[in-house]
Ligand binder design. Structure first.
Ligand code: SF4
Length: 233
């Protein structure tokens, strides 16, 4: 088996897998280049600093203490069957498997599905604005295919929308919400964009970042469309 490249590890979290105590593995490599990425150190599929065998040994010591392991990144599915093989090993220890994904690898997602219990999938912008945000002109269609596939599995998931006001307007958010509701999405997370880095000549303002959260009409509209809406400010 080819070694999985692990770039980072969070040993304990209550927020990355809803309802479960979890560890998070950040895998190396991502096919996208989102303007607001807070993890650019994982962009390239370089060697990761974590020994996968030692990580597995450590996870064995967490059995009974943690309930789940979340595969994140980067894009966890970029390492293809190497990721899936590692998921299988982790699942064999008794952990639930979570996956954070940008949806760029629907075929890998399909192969991984038997081992994955919950997915958080990014829906980053409208189709028209997707490329300008992520730097890839097939990313929307790939995400769309992944989303429809995962819905077809009947397994638990949430769609995550990060509201970067440079790429999402309130109308765009309604468009995304309507599309998700039409597809049958039940759980949504609306995430506030955080200006972690120098935004150059076009900085966002606090008001622009908070506009999606302060509009009670918009909130009511979104809340009415799904079984669960998480507002992450
Ligand atoms: S998909 Fe995630 S890891 Fe990849 S560039 Fe975008 S924000 Fe960064």
């Amino acid at each position: 088996m080819k070694d999985i490249q692990i770039g980072g590890l969070v040993s304990f979290t209550t927020i990355d897998y809803p309802g479960k105590l979890a560890a998070v593995l950040f895998l190396m490599g991502c096919p996208l280049r989102c303007v607001y990425c807070s993890n650019p150190q994982f962009f390239n599929l370089d060697d990761g600093p974590y020994d996968p065998t030692r990580v597995l040994d450590w996870l064995k010591t967490r059995v009974g203490r943690l309930e789940a392991v979340v595969f994140s990144g980067g894009e966890a599915l970029m390492q293809g069957d190497t990721t899936i093989d590692y998921m299988r090993c982790v699942k064999d220890l008794g952990f639930a498997i979570g996956l954070h994904t940008n949806g760029f690898y629907p075929d890998v997602l399909e192969r991984a599905a038997p081992f994955v219990d919950w997915v958080g999938i990014d829906y980053k912008a409208t189709r028209e604005k997707y490329k300008s945000l992520v730097g890839n002109d097939i990313a929307f269609d790939r995400m769309s295919k992944s989303l429809d596939f995962w819905i077809s599995t009947g397994k638990d998931f949430e769609v995550r929308i990060t509201c970067d006001p440079r790429f999402i307007s309130k109308d765009d958010l309604r468009t995304i919400i309507d599309d998700c509701a039409t597809r049958g999405v039940k759980k949504i997370a609306i995430q506030k964009y955080q200006a972690y880095f120098d935004e150059g000549d076009n900085p966002t303002t606090t008001g622009a970042r908070e506009q999606f959260f302060n509009d009670s009409g918009l909130r009511d509209y979104i809340n009415s469309k799904f079984d669960s809406v998480a507002w992450r400010e």
